[in-house]
Design a protein around this ligand. Structure first.
Ligand SMILES: [Zn+2]
Length: 141
């Protein structure tokens, strides 16, 4: 692959990534707006249908992103997940669509202390110091 082609793939991937993030935010915002409005059943059903369609469109964009080889969560910055996939703060979903190969939401669902990152063993999050080490250290001092 020549450098020019590589560059354009990177640009396309970044553009798709941003579209997914913007789309996630929009869908989320619209969902809350709709929930606040007192809509008739008919209008609600129509709105939901449109909203579902928008979700599907976004899922297609997300699939394109995956095809271009982007397979980590949209909300990973410098290796740190900045948003939960499932309801975090104020129950706001981070990833309505997510290209991640790691199913963070499954882990979040199980409420692991690692925050859903299976690469972090749960026990390393708050590993209590073994008593024996403390005792040994006390003897040394
Ligand atoms: Zn995600």
């Amino acid at each position: 692959m020549d450098i020019k082609h590589e560059l354009s793939v990177n640009q396309e991937r970044e553009a798709l990534r941003l579209r997914c993030i913007v789309g996630n935010d929009k869908l989320q915002a619209v969902w809350y707006q709709l929930k606040e409005m007192k809509l008739s059943d008919k209008v609600w059903a129509e709105s939901m249908e449109k909203w579902q369609l928008a979700n599907e469109k976004l899922a297609v964009i997300c699939t394109q992103l995956e095809i271009l080889g982007y397979d980590i969560c949209l909300y990973i910055e410098n290796g740190v997940k900045t948003k939960q996939c499932l309801g975090g703060e104020r129950n706001i979903l981070g990833c309505r669509v997510c290209p991640s190969k790691i199913h963070y939401w499954e882990n979040e669902l199980m409420n692991l202390p690692s925050g859903g990152d299976p690469s972090i063993p749960a026990q390393s999050v708050s590993k209590p110091k073994p008593k024996k080490v403390e005792d040994a250290a006390a003897k040394l001092l």
